[in-house]
Design a binder for this molecule. Structure first.
Ligand SMILES: Cc1cc2nc3c(=O)[nH]c(=O)nc-3n(C[C@H](O)[C@H](O)[C@H](O)COP(=O)(O)OP(=O)(O)OC[C@H]3O[C@@H](n4cnc5c(N)ncnc54)[C@H](O)[C@@H]3O)c2cc1C
Length: 427
């Protein structure tokens, strides 16, 4: 087995891995190596050919491939090495990674610091337990996105879409533009699960029939999908007898959620948050294992690529510092907990030593939609430290509150901060 060493080893060359590599180099790490299993760098972005990427980071409305191209160019200009067609098979203490690929064969790479940037994957049909005969024509929305946008194939002509995640909504528009027909988008919840922007621009503007509180209960077809049967559901998501409808179609797309890709993180002994499915991290994106950092969708599924990039810039900076002097964060850490109406918060701990020097964003998702007279708050010892009035909060839209250096004194001595949503009385 070949052996290599580097200062910062980054797993994955999506927007998270690329930004982490750029920032690690800028922060003084000499040998920065990015390992990517795909033949090309960029992560999922080469297949996201619609616009809306990079408005905050570059002040420009880019497509996914354009956004990826800018970061690939930056990583190369910064002197990071990107090795494609190479899969990280295992992580070992060190930290070290065992990788394999056609160019370098089997190799063990030992690093001063490691950044996990493996992204997320789509929840498959198996997780949904829909009865049927397993015909051809069932795809995740992301697989269909790759077929249409990268391979140049239409996976069908008449589509039913189960779930209303962002990729499903984006694909409803894309397939319509390509001459396909979307017979319906079926969402079990009373509201769509993706961004409002996509509901307006991809579903409403293209007259895609959207059926809320409805699910697919059966897939019909022997060789190929011939139809799906849907039912409306009650408040406990049970199909309501008598509401069955048959929708002739040849393809079913699943857009039912993304799962952070953390098999390698588990192998490295990194503690995971059961709510996010990703590593527990501090404000510098350090995980529970010294020298192992994480960034992007591997931590929690972000709404916008700009936030993915921001998390990765922090991971790259602090990974470079760790590789240089083995130093972790200064001082004690305070836990950050999810309070009323909040599903999860990232980071899950904050070092006051760092807060004294710079603002720290706390990013969270709520459990249920709430409208009017809603406040997003950070509390310490039951007292409000920071609050912002929101027009609404929705599970599909991440909320950010930033702790400022002047908050450090009020937090000193506390065990935990609580992030919560309060609703004014009478609403
Ligand atoms: C199918 C799909 C479609 C999406 N479409 C959109 C969209 O249209 N618009 C939008 O804003 N967001 C979209 N997203 C969200 C998008 O993924 C994020 O905004 C962003 O790409 C996340 O960046 P990342 O670097 O964390 O992950 P990714 O972009 O997913 O990159 C992770 C990289 O890690 C690599 N990797 C994983 N494991 C290994 C390993 N063991 N060894 C080597 N390499 C490894 C992967 O091959 C991949 O290249 C989509 C997500 C998915 C899953």
């Amino acid at each position: 087995m070949r052996r290599r060493t580097c200062d910062a080893l980054i797993i994955g060359s999506g927007p998270a891995g690329l930004a982490a590599a750029v920032e690690a180099r800028r922060s003084g790490a000499e040998r920065v190596l990015v390992i990517e299993r795909n033949p090309e760098p960029g992560g999922i972005l080469p297949q996201c050919i619609h616009n809306g990427f990079g408005v905050r980071v570059f002040g420009a409305d880019l497509t996914g491939p354009e956004y990826a191209a800018r970061w690939i160019a930056e990583a190369e200009a910064a002197g990071a090495e990107i090795v494609t067609d190479t899969m990280v098979l295992a992580l070992e203490p060190g930290p070290a990674a065992v990788v394999v690929g056609p160019k370098g064969g089997l190799a063990r790479i030992t690093a001063g610091a490691l950044v996990l940037a493996m992204g997320c994957r789509e929840r498959p049909r198996g997780a949904l337990a829909i009865p049927g005969t397993r015909p051809a024509g069932v795809y995740t929305a992301g697989a269909a996105q790759r077929l249409v946008n990268v391979e140049g194939y239409m996976p069908g002509r008449r589509f039913a879409i189960l779930g209303s995640g962002d990729i499903g909504m984006i694909m409803a528009r894309r397939l319509t533009l390509e001459g396909g027909e979307v017979v319906g988008m079926f969402e079990i919840l009373p509201a769509v699960s993706g961004l409002r922007r996509n509901l307006v621009q991809c579903v409403r503007d293209f007259d895609i029939p959207l059926h809320l509180c409805t699910t697919v209960t059966e897939v019909v077809g022997a060789e190929r999908v011939e139809a799906v049967i849907t039912s409306q559901v009650d408040e406990r998501w049970r199909p309501i007898p008598g509401t069955e409808r048959t929708w002739p179609c040849d393809t079913l797309l699943l857009s039912v959620g993304l799962i952070p890709e953390n098999e390698l993180s588990r192998m490295a002994g990194v503690a995971l948050d059961e709510r996010t499915g990703g590593p527990l991290v501090d404000e510098g994106m350090a995980t529970s294992v010294p020298g192992v950092f994480a960034a992007g969708n591997v931590v929690h599924v972000y709404d916008l690529v700009d936030d993915v990039t921001a998390s990765a810039l922090r991971a790259g900076r602090f990974a470079a510092a760790y590789a240089r002097d083995g130093a972790g964060a200064p001082g004690d850490a305070v836990r950050v907990e999810a309070g009323a109406h909040v599903h999860h918060v990232v980071p899950q701990r904050v070092h006051l030593g760092r807060l004294a020097e710079e603002a720290i964003p706390l990013q969270f998702r709520v459990r249920t939609p709430l409208e009017r007279a809603v406040h997003a708050e950070v509390r310490v010892g039951g007292e409000t430290l920071l609050a912002r009035r929101q027009r609404y909060v929705r599970p599909s839209e991440m909320v950010t509150l930033s702790l400022q250096p002047e908050h450090a004194q009020a937090i000193a001595g506390a065990d935990a901060l609580e992030v919560c949503i309060t609703v004014e009385p009478d609403h």
